[in-house]
Ligand binder design. Structure first.
Ligand code: HEC
Ligand code: HEC
Length: 215
């Protein structure tokens, strides 16, 4: 009788332990920006020590939403997002590292570039008003009037972004080469793929010119 009571008590305790472990695994990891600062040494060679990249092909990360950064790093680590330069970099990061570097970069100040005024005019028109005749929605509907996006909704910040990077991504969404076929992807990828597939080469040039100066 006594040993059975002990066994039941033990089973209950294991159940409680099991439940709390499951709960901990479900909770999103909280990033620590100070810990992140010590983990971005290799990243800073390309993205800059404050997330302001010196190269038009390498994206700025300063001010980007931590939810988006951490999610993209997980996709880059698993190979779901195809980026031969970035995949091995992400492969070295644990989920906690991803949360920490995301917290660090989100806190940095985006310095950005200046728009090419001549090209940017058409870009601004499309960004703010879309083009109903071609089924192109206004970019600001999701990315916001100043390109700041929305963290919890996982709409990335795209203001002051590097021009070649933006152009590459718009082409990659349209060609469905940003992500591996069959990978499980965040909600929102399909929307962006559809938008990008409707853009002409001239649209991409003018949007890219506009976005690099958007604040
Ligand atoms: C050798 C240069 C290089 C290094 C080092 C590097 N990256 Fe990258 N990173 C890139 C490039 C290039 C891309 C864009 C890939 C593409 O075209 O899809 C990128 C993309 C990213 C993205 C996606 C950005 C977005 O807007 O979607 C994140 C997040 C990122 N890098 C974080 C990191 C972190 C964190 C580290 C350090 C652990 C790091 N990178 C190291 C070159 C680099
Ligand atoms: C219906 C909402 C929606 C609209 C409208 C929209 N986007 Fe997006 N966009 C998204 C989402 C969601 C993502 C992230 C998708 C992912 O996880 O890959 C994204 C990603 C992007 C990226 C990649 C960002 C990065 O750092 O890699 C660029 C560039 C971009 N959008 C530009 C535009 C432009 C330009 C327009 C207007 C022509 C536009 N978007 C319209 C939702 C939208």
């Amino acid at each position: 009788m006594k040993s059975r009571t002990v066994a039941v008590a033990l089973a209950m305790q294991l159940l409680v332990l099991g439940l709390s472990a499951a709960r901990a695994a479900d909770a999103p990891l909280v990033g620590n920006a100070e810990a992140g600062a010590t983990k971005i040494v290799t990243c800073s060679a390309c993205h800059g020590p404050t997330g302001n990249s010196p190269n038009p092909e390498w994206p700025n990360l300063a001010g980007q939403h931590h939810e988006y950064i951490a999610e993209q790093l997980a996709l880059l680590k698993s190979g779901a997002r195809i980026a031969p330069v970035m995949n091995p970099m992400a492969a070295t990061l644990s989920p906690q590292d991803m949360a920490d570097v995301a917290a660090y970069f989100e806190k940095q100040t985006l310095t950005g570039l200046e728009a090419d005024a001549k090209l940017a005019e058409a870009g601004e028109k499309l960004y703010r008003g879309g083009d109903a005749a071609r089924g192109i929605p206004a970019c600001l509907a999701c990315h916001g009037p100043n390109g700041r996006g929305n963290g919890p909704a996982r709409w990335p910040q795209i203001r002051a972004q590097q021009p070649t990077y933006v152009s590459n991504q718009l082409h990659a969404y349209a060609a469905k080469t940003r992500y591996a076929a069959g990978a499980t992807l965040p909600p929102g990828v399909d929307m962006m793929t559809d938008v990008a597939s409707r853009l002409s080469e001239d649209d991409i040039k003018s949007l890219t010119a506009y976005l690099q100066g958007l604040r």
